[in-house]
Design a protein around this ligand. Structure first.
Ligand code: UFG
Length: 327
């Protein structure tokens, strides 16, 4: 526990991952200000007291915010994050994920804030040449979503060189699960992510699950992903924040469990946990999806001592299911 409270701006703190982050920051006794335009975030997921509803595209709001508070660091979770949607609406992704981040960084530079934690993604790698994927793997995104996140990472490197911005880019693999408090969890509308969709089928809210592609070069023909618990992601941000606040250099880290599960395996696991047989329909591939994404997270374990504690698919699904049943 710290003696003096440091102040963190959490952009996108009313979203799924952002709300889990705010909860951990408050528990770790940070002073937290949340900025969220509630385009995909939810008021009921806000965990802190200091909430500002607004948009990064509003220069007056940013000037007011940075003029009122002295932030020790900024964490940026606000982004569109659906691979499939990004294929159909690339400009929306470039506007929201890239252009709006320029406004945020510009406000930070003008107000002397030089520490930044960025929600990046495994989608920056594209189709992997080797598994597990390390941070040295070439970045060749296969979709506009990954392109926008990579563009921000490159902008951060340039801001470090020009302005001394110290940043940590955390490349998430597939975030899933929920905190046990029952107050926060995944609630997208429309829902596109695999685990919540399977849970919707298990609770009868939808009548079948579509499996996007059964002809991938994997054992059962379906895509393999690395599912990582949202609280473990948040814990990694706290470690990255501590490192930056202690004077650490800019860095990039993968965040995954280092285990891969196919779409069919995840469905099977949910069936085992819920005791329900789920109707599945084979569908065509979803454009932009790489076949396999599995992380090596050794770098952050070694350098920052990241120690994920929800590191198995069963716990991830159980916490997501508990949250789902409370809705
Ligand atoms: N899938 C289905 N049916 C569905 C939904 C998903 O078969 O109804 C499949 C997808 O095709 C994919 C897998 O389940 O193969 C996982 O899909 P998600 O939509 O849950 O997640 P993605 O892997 O597409 O993307 C997620 C985040 C991204 C992040 C990526 C990193 O949404 O922001 O993980 O691995 F970049």
């Amino acid at each position: 526990m710290k003696n003096t409270k440091q102040k963190i701006l959490v952009v996108g703190g009313a979203g799924y991952i952002g709300s889990h982050m705010v909860r951990q920051l408050v528990n770790a006794r940070y002073d937290v200000v949340i900025l969220d335009n509630l385009s995909t975030g939810r008021r009921r997921l806000v965990q802190g007291d200091d909430f500002v509803q607004g948009d990064l595209g509003d220069p007056a709001l940013l000037s007011r915010l940075f003029g009122t508070h002295i932030f020790d660091a900024v964490m940026h979770f606000a982004a569109f994050s659906q691979v499939g949607e990004s294929m159909n609406q690339p400009l929306e992704y470039y506007r929201n994920n890239l252009a709006e981040t320029i406004f945020l960084l510009d406000a930070m530079m003008r107000h002397g804030v030089r520490r930044f934690i960025f929600s990046s993604t495994a989608a920056v790698y594209g189709e992997p040449m080797a598994i597990p994927i390390t941070e040295e793997h070439p970045c060749m995104p296969t979709n506009p979503y990954g392109n926008t996140k990579l563009a921000v990472e490159r902008m951060l490197v340039d801001c470090d060189a020009a302005h001394g911005l110290k940043f940590t880019a955390l490349r998430y693999f597939n975030a899933a699960g929920a905190d046990e408090c029952g107050e926060i969890g995944e609630m997208h509308d429309p829902e596109t992510h695999l685990i919540p969709i399977i849970l919707k089928a298990a609770s009868g809210q939808i009548d079948h699950i579509r499996v996007f592609g059964t002809d991938y070069p994997t054992a059962d023909g379906t895509c393999i992903r690395d599912y990582v618990h949202v609280n473990d992601l948040a814990q990694a941000h706290l470690l990255a924040l501590d490192a930056l606040l202690a004077g650490g250099e800019s860095n990039v880290y993968n965040l995954g469990s280092s285990n891969g599960f196919s779409v069919k395996e995840v469905i099977g696991k949910v069936e085992a946990i819920t005791g329900k047989r789920l109707p599945v329909v084979d569908a065509s591939r979803r454009p932009g999806d790489p076949a396999i994404l599995i992380a090596s997270s050794e770098k952050i374990k070694q350098e920052l001592g990241w120690n994920p504690v929800y590191n198995d698919l069963e716990t991830i699904i159980r916490t997501a299911w508990d949250w789902h049943l409370k809705q």
